[in-house]
Design a protein around this ligand. Structure first.
Ligand SMILES: Nc1nc2c(c(=O)[nH]1)N[C@H]1C(S)=C(S)[C@@H](COP(=O)(O)OP(=O)(O)OC[C@H]3O[C@@H](n4cnc5c(N)ncnc54)[C@H](O)[C@@H]3O)O[C@H]1N2
Ligand code: MOO
Length: 423
């Protein structure tokens, strides 16, 4: 099943404004159009000296004119006997070579704030030419690679790109995902009739997708296969999804709308035809019942992959996290292996022949003496796949392998559900 997800087509690249680019994946290398810094500038509030003055034996200087940040000095001719008050970030004019922080210097007469006053005298210790002067291109030089194709844009990279005057970038297009939830018991509005429930899975899936930079459209359905096909046809036409995910309607009941609609569609193709189909159980709990289909849509050359997750809310969550998220969000956070130490008063037993994913709270062991980070795992003792509020209290899933016996302190694999706050 996992291999089928590898076939998820890459959406076409798109240009986006830098302000919208955080979290997106670059599809091209970006070369620096400018040197950063663009000009030599002071790293300190202090006195700027010529190279000769920096090392000269005579250390009393006359205070010259100020060089403020943002000031552009033209035709400036520095003198060896003069120390120029210069501010952090101010351009160091040609001919000046070093900056000595003001707190290292001793005004000999009147003061102007913490500096010696204009034309008064100041003692300045010797320094090295170049000291506290930030050189052009020190961070990055024109033509060097600023960011690479495949790189995920971070807030920090947004800053570095903005520092180069870059306003737009080309990124992997957002995946369009059609989210199908409902069933006769799931109210389509805010006032559920008796024995009806509100939709939890639709809003949850839409937000999970948003966390993975995908765009979604929601289709609320009833247990009527004919209507589902009609609405699906329409939604595919309007939204051209790369992927469909649904929750519910696939197990052993009498009104399994997803299964029924797919079978109906196989008998009576519309604009849509079913190309591949698999319904079955994967050996895990929750999230055992699964479906995977490929639909062809007249007018589109690409088949649309459809992942049919089971309807219990925690089963939907775990299916998304374990099967889909690692393909949409390739950060180490979601693709890496995380190990931690089980915290449990009672031993835990793995299920017969099935991997169990328990909701868990992960914390960081607070041992000062232990230099290596160590994670502690506290599994939720409740395992019901309808317990969505409890799942919202967890920050990870812990993998309980089939037929295994675990006791306190055992090392287990865990999967972050969200950003682990203590990380
Ligand atoms: N005879 C069997 N019955 C069931 C089996 C089985 O193997 N044999 N498997 C169970 C397991 S495990 C799961 S998981 C569910 C999967 O069922 P479906 O995918 O068909 O889902 P539904 O029956 O439609 O719904 C299950 C459950 O989830 C609630 N639900 C559905 N959609 C939403 C929503 N959008 N928001 C909130 N809650 C939702 C629904 O009301 C049901 O309670 O099947 C078991 N049965
Ligand atoms: O797989 Mo069901 O997902 O156990 O609740």
């Amino acid at each position: 099943m996992r291999e089928r997800f590898q076939q998820l087509p890459d959406p076409e690249p798109e240009r986006v404004a830098l302000a919208q680019a955080n979290g997106r994946v670059l599809t091209e290398d970006i070369l620096a159009p400018e040197n950063v810094p663009a000009f030599p500038n002071s790293q300190m509030d202090g006195y700027a000296l010529t190279a000769h003055a920096a090392v000269s034996t005579s250390r009393i200087f006359t205070v010259g004119a100020d060089i403020a940040a943002g000031a552009s000095l033209k035709n400036f001719v520095p003198e060896d006997g003069i120390a120029y008050p210069i501010m952090t970030g101010a351009e160091v004019p040609a001919g000046l070579s070093a900056v000595v922080p003001e707190e290292k210097c001793e005004p000999q007469g009147e003061k102007d704030g913490s500096f010696a006053a204009f034309q008064s005298e100041v003692y300045i210790p010797t320094t090295q030419p170049g000291q506290f002067v930030r050189q052009p291109g020190e961070d990055i030089k024109v033509g060097e690679i600023l960011a690479r194709a495949g790189e995920k844009i971070s807030a920090v990279l947004v800053g570095a790109l903005a520092a180069q005057g870059i306003k737009e970038v080309t990124v992997q297009g957002a995946r369009r995902v059609l989210v199908v939830t409902g069933g006769d018991e799931v109210a389509a509005n805010d006032t559920p009739a008796p024995s009806h429930i509100r939709d939890a899975n639709g809003p949850m899936l839409i937000q999970l997708l948003a966390e993975d930079s995908a765009i979604s459209k929601h289709l609320h359905i009833q247990d009527d296969p004919q209507k589902l096909i009609h609405h699906l046809d329409q939604a595919i036409h309007e939204f051209s999804p790369h992927l469909i995910i649904s929750s519910g309607g696939i197990s052993h009941g009498k009104f399994e709308v997803i299964k029924n609609a797919i079978h109906l569609l196989m008998e009576n193709p519309t604009e849509l035809t079913v190309q591949k189909l698999w319904f079955g159980h994967v050996s895990q709990q929750p999230g055992g019942p699964q479906g995977i289909m490929e639909l062809a849509h007249r007018g589109s050359s690409e088949n649309i992959l459809w992942l049919a997750f089971p309807g219990n809310p925690v089963s939907t969550l775990i299916s998304y996290r374990m099967f889909l998220r690692p393909h949409l969000n390739t950060s180490w956070y979601y693709t890496g292996t995380h190990l931690g130490k089980l915290q449990t008063a009672e031993p835990l037993e793995g299920l017969a022949g099935k991997t169990q994913y328990r909701r868990a709270t992960i914390t960081r062991a607070s041992s000062e003496s232990n230099a290596t980070a160590e994670w502690l795992i506290e599994p939720d003792p409740q395992t019901g796949s309808h317990l969505l509020h409890r799942a919202a209290q967890a920050n990870a899933l812990v993998e309980i392998e089939p037929n295994k016996h675990y006791t306190n302190g055992d090392i287990l694999r865990w999967y972050p559900l969200s950003t682990i706050e203590t990380m």
